[in-house]
Design a binder for this molecule. Sequence first.
Ligand SMILES: C[S@@+](CC[C@H](N)C(=O)[O-])C[C@H]1O[C@@H](n2cnc3c(N)ncnc32)[C@H](O)[C@@H]1O
Length: 229
Amino acid sequence: MENNIYMTEQGLELINDSNYPYPVVEFLNEERKYLQSVIGHYDVLLEVGCMTGRHLAWAMKNNVYYMGVDVVEHYLVEARKKACDLGMPLSKYKFVNWNAESIDGVLNEYDLRKFNSNRILIFFPFNCFGNISNISNVINSLKKSGCHYLISTYKTDESTSKSRLDYYKNCEYKSLSSRTNEEGVVFTSQEGFKSVAYHPHWLKDLFNKACLEFKACDFSSMGIMYANT
Ligand SMILES: C[S@@+](CC[C@H](N)C(=O)[O-])C[C@H]1O[C@@H](n2cnc3c(N)ncnc32)[C@H](O)[C@@H]1O
């Protein structure tokens, strides 16, 4: 994993609520509402970049099987502990160390193929997608999975970039810088942090080349969802 800030204490700052300016709080509330509006169509929520199990308790309430994947083992250790402390039934969830770039593989490896593909939602929360180094491989893997995907990410307008800057500054990253290029708006820091908000047209081209449907829908002041449903 190129973007290894998540292996360090500084990575945890990104999921520390006290670092969230209001637009990020609103983004997360609206992200949850969006999920709530679609979850009735699914039996499985596969959360990619799940950190410490962001939507696990919520998934349990909605009676869907939950699988959380991340590439950082210590998040998964924390996630399993939280689930155990909350008394979540082991038969209803799993946390595995797995890479988004080969997400279709997790379906075979962990027996998720027993569910109808149309009833599995592969969900990327809180701009996890923009933290992944090789999105072309992710897109190909999504295609192979045959499942529905939902990507929660940021817009690329100025006001959103300002809110992201406030958020990352609160994380106290050093030498934060941002640039806009043909792909989107990219933030980097001295610690190795790299977070991209892709331009919708840039992503649309990549998804269409992989013969995957691609729809966009704004949510909150700074959020945009991409999906094939
Ligand atoms: C949810 S995001 C946080 C991003 C942040 N909110 C932002 O504004 O960019 C980051 C999560 O994605 C995970 N992640 C990064 N690359 C990944 C990959 N290739 N496969 C799976 N998870 C990945 C990280 O370990 C971390 O838990």
